[in-house]
Design a protein around this ligand. Sequence first.
Ligand code: AMP
Length: 463
Amino acid sequence: MQKKLIPKKSKPEELDEEDAKKPAKGTPELLRGFRDILPEEQGRWNLIRDTVRALAEAYSFDRIDLPVLERSDLFQRTIGKSTDIVEKEMYVFTDPSNRSVALRPEATASAARAYIEHGMLERPQPVKFWYEGPMFRHDRPQAGRYRQFYQAGLEVFGAEEPIIDAQLILIGKKFFEAIGLPVKVQINSIGTPECRSAYLTELVSYFRPFRSKLPEDDKRRLQKNPLRLLDSKEEYTMGLLGDAPQILDWLDEKSKEHFMRVIEFLDEVEIPYELNAHLVRGLDYYTHTVFEFMPEGEEGEKAQSALGGGGRYDGLVGLLGGRPTPGCGFAIGMDRIARALADKGINPPQCPPAQVFFAQLGDAARRVGLRLYEQFRAAGIPVAEAAGKNALKAQLEVANKLGVGLTLILGQKEVLDGTIIIRDMESGAQETIDASKVVSVVERKLQKESGVTPAIHSPVSDV
Ligand code: AMP
């Protein structure tokens, strides 16, 4: 059923040479640029997800979930036909109904579509969304650059005041503070499409004499999307940027005023920022303020290492045929943030480790164990077990490996007597108690050990 599943204009033999080398038979492996986020990484991901959610809710953003598949023209019309994303990186294919569809490369365009499609202009403005989920770009995979990656983002529709831009930057900064990653804010203004077009004429005239010496990619940019020359990574082009005209000098009065006010608000809340005249962000829909969060201490302006970015997009809703509505937002790159946390040795546990282990001997004990689990779950005490093992010795070995404080042992005799054994794993001391009291006895023992009430948590942590 599935048709053409390669991005337009890509050279599959070049981009996927490693995939192509893999044997067609045997165990299927991951596609290049895709990866599994393993259980041992989930602690960091939970930290990121929980922090985004807490902040978004604190600033009254409503969660929205958007589909990963959209009509491809949604992105062509908004991100822009001459951008790298649309030209080279989108997973575009024809679906079984013969429609051209794309795996979303980002979510702002979808948020704008949803805003229009659900008549949200009629709601009290601004409408504030937050989301998280996978995005897809068929870019060259490298460190911190994947073909499926995750973003969390905040979008505000229906407000043009500069305070919105400043508050979004503030929220981003607070997010990074909260998870323990210091970042620098880089900021610029790219004005309105009108002042940008006058600036672009000037920029093209500046670069034209050097055209023949420009690297191929930048020659193409000069012709199709000259603004992107400003964030070129090519040494030759970067050498020319020092004397290139700067967009800030071409802003009209209204754009200048908007930018100045954003900066004043940032000063007011003491958010340090760096003006970066070369920051343009890749997408056509941006207007006025653009910003990025760069990891602090790192050789900065390589767009590739940005941990997040965003800006104002006052024309976006209009581009999609909706009533012109201003907007502003940003997204953070969750994969890069998780990596940065790992580099700093920040590795919170995925969930509180179980402090109690349940060892059973025989079927009757297994059955009683099922009920017991429910009682511990209701009390919020996680219990581990090794249901596949029968011998007590083997089960105690697992309990030891897990480092639990207490093991509950239930054999045939205890089932018949209505009792259960509690073993203190450190001292090896065992006592037999009335099975109906086991939860409260364990609760007491755990409180004594830690001095706190056990955390509420799901019941089973499988071994
Ligand atoms: P963008 O709007 O393209 O700047 O994306 C926002 C953030 O998402 C970036 O600052 C990165 O942290 C992250 N990001 C973008 N593309 C990728 C990718 N291919 N792999 C991993 N993270 C990415």
